[in-house]
Design a protein around this ligand. Sequence first.
Ligand code: HGY
Ligand code: MN
Ligand code: MN
Length: 412
Amino acid sequence: MNEELRVDVVRILRNLNKLGKIGRREGFNGVTRLALSEEDREARDLLVSWMEEGGLNVRVDPIGNIFGVRRGSNPNFKPVIMGSHIDTVIDAGIYDGAYGVLSALEILRRIDEEGIETQHPVGVAAFTNEEGVRFQPDMMGSLVKSGGYPLEKAYARKDDDGVTVKEALKGIGYLGRDDVKPEAYFELHVEQGPVLHKRGFEIGVVEGVQGIAWWRMAFRGEANHAGTTPLDMRKDAMAGAAELYTGLLEYVAKKGNALCTVGKLRLEPGAINVVPSLADFTIDYRSYDDAIFKEGKAEVERRAEEVAKRRGLTLDKEMTADAQPVHFRPEMVGLVEASARKRTYSTFRLPSGAGHDAQFMHVICPTAMIFVPSINGVSHSPGERSDAADLERGANVLFDCTLAKAGFKKEP
Ligand code: HGY
Ligand code: MN
Ligand code: MN
C-alpha cells in the first residue's frame, strides 16, 4: 500500500460544509434534501460542477444515478467506483452519504496531483434516493442498477403528494440514459452507530449489511366518542397500532440481533376526543441473521393480521422494501483490513446496521465498505459528527483500496 498517499481532509470538510448548506430549513438544525426535491437538484448540480471542474466524464443513468469517471490507461477496462449518496433524511447531519461521495472526489483529485495513472478508469458515484424517505423503496438507485427492481416500477412509485419518481426525475433534469458497469465498488461511510466510537477503534472493516424490510400499514376501525364509548365497543385503530408495535418491540428484544421501528404514524380524524378510525403507519424491521430476518418478516405480517382480527379492524399492508442481509466477499473485506493495518490504524470488523448502496452493488461486482466512528453513534439527526482525523483515516483507506483494485503506476 502507499503510506505516503494521503487525502487533504481540509478540502473534504470544506466541500462537506458547502454541500451541507443545501437543504437548511427554518426552525430545523439539520439538513433536509429529500430525493429528487429542489434541494436534491441543487446538491446534484453542485456535485456535477465539482466533477466537471475535476475533468471527470459525467454520466447520468435512467434512474438518475450520477457517475464522474476519470480515464484509465486501458479504456476497455471497467471503472472502479467509489460512491454513496447525497440525498438525506429529514433534519439530517451533513456526513451521511456525502462523506463517501466527497472523499471519492478528493481521491480523484489527489490521483491527478500525484500524477498517478490507473489501469482501470476510476470514478465517483452518487446514487439516487438512498434514504427512501420520500419514495420507497430505499437505496432505489443502486437497487434498480443492480437489477433488483424494474425501472418502470421505480418510475411509477409515488410520494405522499402523488408525484411519481419519473416526474420528479424529469423535473430536476436527472433522467439520464447512460450506463456505467463497475469493476468493483467501495463505499466509505460514517458508522452511524456507537460501536467504533465506544470501543475506540479507528476503522470499521464492514463484513456485511443487515437485511431491511419496510411496510406501509393502515388499520381502519370506527371513529367514536372518547367519553361515551366503552372499551369493548371500540374499533380503535391507534390501539391496534400501539399493540402491534409494543408486541414487536418485545419480540425483537427477545430475539436479539433484530430491530423494529415505527417511524411514521398518522391518525384520523386526529381529534383529542375521538377514538381514531385510521392509523396509517410504517414498520422498519432489520436483522443481519438470514433466518431471523426471514422469520421476523413473517412474524410482523402474522401479528398485524391477528391484531386486526381481534380488534375488529381492517388491515391494508404494502411491503415497500425488502433488502436481504449481505455478506461481502472475504477478499474485499480483507483488502480494507490490510490497508488500514498497513497504515497502523486500529480496525474492528462489524456488520452495518444501516442500509447502504453497497448492499445492492455487492450483487453486481466485488464490493466493500469502510466505516469511521460516529461520535456517540448519533446519525439521522443534526447531532451527527465525526472527527476530522477519523474522516481522513477512512478516506486514506479508500484511496488505497481503489488504487489496489484499479492497478496503477506513479510518476517518479
Ligand atoms: O435506512 C437506512 O438504514 C439508510 O440510512 N437508508
Ligand atoms: Mn447513508
Ligand atoms: Mn441514512
